[in-house]
Design a binder for this molecule. Structure first.
Ligand SMILES: Cc1cc2nc3c(=O)[nH]c(=O)nc-3n(C[C@H](O)[C@H](O)[C@H](O)COP(=O)(O)OP(=O)(O)OC[C@H]3O[C@@H](n4cnc5c(N)ncnc54)[C@H](O)[C@@H]3O)c2cc1C
Length: 468
C-alpha cells in the first residue's frame, strides 16, 4: 500500500510537533503526516507511575508516543540557548534566543504557566559568586516550569489542535523502517503501521526520533552514507536529598546548573534536571535497559519532601571507538543485572564505606526514597572507578554550597545515562546531505531538552516553507 503526503515527520516529540505547528501555521494546504511508534497521548500509561512497578513494556510509555520523551517530563523549559543542546553550533546566540522566545510563545498559547524562575539577577549573581569560590561554575538559565501534569496538558492541547486541522494527520503505533532515497533525493519511508507494512511517499521527510530512536537513525545514516560523528555520553547517578538541603538554591533558580571538574581525573561533572519536591522515576530503552530519571509536579499537593537531580560525567570517546550508546547501555545493563532488571539505589555512606546498601540499611536512611521499586545495591560493582570517584568528589565540592549533600543518607540511584551519540552532519537548516531530508532534536545528537528540540522543528519548518 502506498500513501502520499507533502511532509512526513518521523517522531511526535517536541521536535516533530513544532515542525508541524509551524508548517501548519503558515500553510494550511500542506499535507502533513506525523508518525510515532508509540501511542497517542491519552493512551500512554506507564505501570511504574500508576501501579508502582515497571512491566518493561515493549514500547515504553515514558519515552514513546505523542509528545515523545516530553509527555511525562518535568516540563522545565530552559529559556537560555546555553542550556539543553547545541543549537548555537548552527546559529548565532541572538538568533537562538529569538527562536526560543518564539517557541515559548507557542507553549504559552497552549496553556503553559506564566512563571519564570531564575530572573532575580542579584540572587543569581550571589549564588554564582559563592559557587566560584569552590571552583564550581553556575550556568545561569531562566526556566519556565510546567510541571509533569502541565507538560502533559500543554502537549495534549497541541495534539488536539493539530489533529483537528484538515491537512494534518497523526498515526500512532507506526514505526518508520527505512528511509527511501532516489538520485540523492528523499522520496519517503517504509513504515509498519499497526502491523501493516506500507510506503509513505513524501516530498520532505523530517526525522525526529529522540534518544530512543538514535540507534535506528544511526543505522539509517550508515546505510545512506550520511556522515555522523561521536557525541559525548553522559553517565552518572541520580542524587536524592531532603528539600531543605537544596532549597536555598532551587527557590530562586528552580534548577541550579552546576559544573565541576573532578579532582582526580579532571572530568567534567554537571548537575542536570533538578526536581525540587520531585520524584525519582525509571525509564526503559528498547524494552530492556532500565535507566533512572526524575521529575516533579507543579501542584503543591503533589510535591514530595525530596529534591533530586542527575550528576553526570561527560565523556567524548575518540577513534577507533564509535559505539558510545552501546557503552552507556552496557553500564546500565550491569546495574540491571544486579537488581534483577530494575534501578539500583545506594546510600552515599555505604558507598564510601565500600559496602552494599541492603533493605535494613535503606530503612535507616533519613532520606526516604521516592522510587519505591528501586533495589538497594552497590554502585561500585557497576560504575567504573573514574565515574564513581568523579561523582563523589563533585558531591563533596557541592556540599560547600549545599551543606548536607555529602551526607551518609544522600541517596544515589543508578544509573543515569544520557545518550547523545552520533551527531548527524547537517547544515544550518538541519538539512542532511540527502536533498529534502532533515534530522532534528535529541535523536540527531543536536539537542538535549524540550525547548531546543522545539526550536529545531521551527527552523526546519521555515526552511521547507521557504523552499516551496
Ligand atoms: C523523565 C524525563 C524527564 C525530562 N525532563 C525534561 C525537562 O524537564 N526539561 C527538558 O527540557 N527536557 C526534559 N527531558 C528531555 C526531553 O523530554 C527531550 O529532550 C525531548 O523530548 C526531545 O525531543 P525530541 O522531539 O527530539 O525527541 P523525543 O521527545 O524523544 O521524541 C521522539 C519520538 O520519536 C519516536 N520514534 C523513535 N523512533 C521512531 C521510528 N523509527 N518510527 C516512528 N517513531 C519513532 C519515539 O517513539 C518518540 O515518541 C526529560 C526526559 C525524560 C525522559
Amino acid at each position: 500500500m502506498q500513501v502520499n503526503y507533502d511532509v512526513l515527520i518521523i517522531g511526535a516529540g517536541p521536535a516533530g510537533i513544532f515542525t508541524a505547528l509551524e508548517l501548519n501555521k503558515h500553510d494550511k494546504n500542506l499535507k502533513i503526516l506525523i508518525i510515532d511508534k508509540g501511542r497517542t497521548i491519552e493512551k500512554r500509561v506507564c505501570p511504574e507511575r500508576t501501579q508502582g512497578y515497571c512491566s518493561k513494556c515493549s514500547i515504553c510509555a515514558i519515552t514513546s508516543g505523542w509528545s515523545g520523551a516530553g509527555a511525562y517530563s518535568d516540563g522545565k523549559l530552559s529559556l537560555s540557548p546555553e542550556v539543553g543542546g547545541r543549537i548555537t553550533d548552527y546559529m548565532s546566540p541572538e538568533e537562538a534566543q529569538e527562536l526560543i522566545n518564539y517557541a515559548d510563545q507557542y507553549y504559552l498559547k497552549f496553556g503553559a504557566q506564566d512563571v519564570v524562575y531564575g530572573l532575580n539577577n542579584q540572587r543569581v549573581e550571589d549564588i554564582a559568586y559563592e559557587a566560584s569560590k569552590y571552583n564550581i561554575q553556575l550556568i545561569a538559565c531562566p526556566v519556565r516550569h510546567l510541571g509533569t501534569e502541565h507538560a502533559y496538558t500543554v502537549l495534549k492541547a497541541m495534539h488536539d489542535f493539530l489533529v483537528n486541522e484538515p491537512n494534518v494527520e497523526f498515526w500512532e503505533l507506526t514505526k518508520a523502517e527505512d528511509l527511501l532515497v532516489q538520485n540523492g533525493k528523499i522520496t519517503g519511508a517504509t513504515v509498519v503501521s499497526k502491523g501493516k507494512q506500507m510506503v509513505v511517499n513524501a516530498k520532505y521527510v523530517v526525522v525526529a526520533p529522540g534518544r530512543g530512536g538514535a540507534e535506528w537513525l544511526k543505522d539509517q545514516t550508515d546505510k545512506l552514507n550520511i556522515t555522523t560523528e561521536n557525541n559525548e555520553v553522559d553517565i552518572g547517578v541520580r542524587v536524592e536529598v531532603p528539600n531543605s538541603i537544596m532549597d536555598h538554591l532551587t527557590r530562586d533558580l528552580y534548577e541550579a546548573k552546576l559544573v565541576y571538574y573532578s579532582d582526580s581525573f579532571d572530568n567534567k561533572v554537571r548537575s542536570f534536571c533538578m526536581n525540587p519536591g520531585g520524584v525519582v522515576s525509571g525509564e526503559h530503552y528498547d524494552g530492556d535497559v532500565a535507566v533512572v530519571n526524575g521529575h516533579s509536579y507543579a501542584d503543591p499537593k503533589l510535591k514530595t519532601q525530596n529534591t533530586n537531580f542527575a550528576l553526570l560525567v561527560s565523556t567524548r570517546f575518540t577513534e577507533p571507538f564509535n559505539q558510545p550508546i552501546e557503552y552507556g547501555k552496557y553500564i546500565a545493563r550491569l546495574a540491571n543485572m544486579l537488581t534483577g532488571g530494575g534501578i539500583m539505589v545506594q546510600r552515599l555512606g555505604d558507598l564510601l564505606k565500600g559496602r552494599r546498601t541492603d533493605y535494613d540499611r535503606l530503612k535507616k536512611s533519613t532520606t526516604i526514597p521516592t522510587l519505591k521499586s528501586a533495589i538497594p545495591g552497590d554502585l561500585s560493582y557497576v560504575l567504573p572507578a573514574r565515574y564513581l570517584t568523579s561523582i563523589t568528589e563533585t558531591l563533596k565540592a557541592f556540599d560547600k554550597i549545599a551543606p548536607g549533600l555529602y551526607s551518609r543518607n544522600t541517596l544515589l540511584y543508578g544509573v543515569e545515562v544520557k545518550f547523545y551519540s552520533s551527531k548527524v552532519k547537517v547544515d544550518n537548516h538541519f538539512r542532511t546531505q540527502i536533498e529534502n531530508l532533515y534530522t532534528i532534536g535529541d535523536g540527531a545528537g543536536i539537542t538535549r531538552g524540550l525547548m531546543q528540540a522545539s526550536v529545531t522543528g521551527i527552523v526546519v519548518a521555515r526552511d521547507i516553507l521557504n523552499k516551496k
